[in-house]
Design a protein around this ligand. Structure first.
Ligand SMILES: Cc1cc2nc3c(=O)[nH]c(=O)nc-3n(C[C@H](O)[C@H](O)[C@H](O)COP(=O)(O)OP(=O)(O)OC[C@H]3O[C@@H](n4cnc5c(N)ncnc54)[C@H](O)[C@@H]3O)c2cc1C
Length: 108
């Protein structure tokens, strides 16, 4: 759906991955939204909103992550200070988890 792929990764990982994809002649469809996965084709709308179809052998769904805040919310009010850290706060990378944890510890 985004205008590019691996947009949030470290530059070195991104460059390396893009090289591998190019070497294998992988076509990346950006600005495209999957609408349906049928028995033999994936249907998607392209950047102009037109419905397109593409045949597939294998579908791997890797469409991103979203926080599940429900479990963490249940702890709210059970202690003077409650911190939500890591992916429960915002789905991201391990670095952000450590960063959140560090700030939580400093605020205890
Ligand atoms: C496929 C994939 C690849 C990734 N690759 C990278 C990468 O290369 N580099 C990077 O930096 N980050 C990567 N990440 C992100 C990274 O894994 C997360 O940001 C990080 O693991 C989040 O840590 P966390 O402790 O917040 O949550 P988690 O690691 O998800 O830990 C939460 C734990 O809580 C447990 N839990 C949940 N509910 C309950 C409950 N009710 N009772 C008891 N336990 C419970 C779960 O079982 C789990 O063990 C990747 C994530 C995925 C999914």
């Amino acid at each position: 759906m985004l205008p590019g792929i691996v947009m949030q990764d470290e530059p070195l990982s991104q460059i390396s991955l893009m090289k591998h994809l190019a070497a294998e002649n992988v076509v990346c469809l950006t600005n495209s939204t999957v609408r349906a996965i049928k028995d033999d084709v994936v249907e998607y709308t392209d950047k102009d909103g037109n419905l397109q179809k593409i045949a597939y052998d294998t579908v791997i769904s890797a469409t991103g992550l979203r926080s599940d805040t429900e479990a963490a919310e249940q702890f709210r009010g059970t202690a003077a200070k409650v911190f939500t850290i890591g992916d429960a706060n915002k789905a991201g990378k391990i670095f952000q988890c450590f960063h959140n944890a560090w700030h939580a510890v400093r605020n205890i």
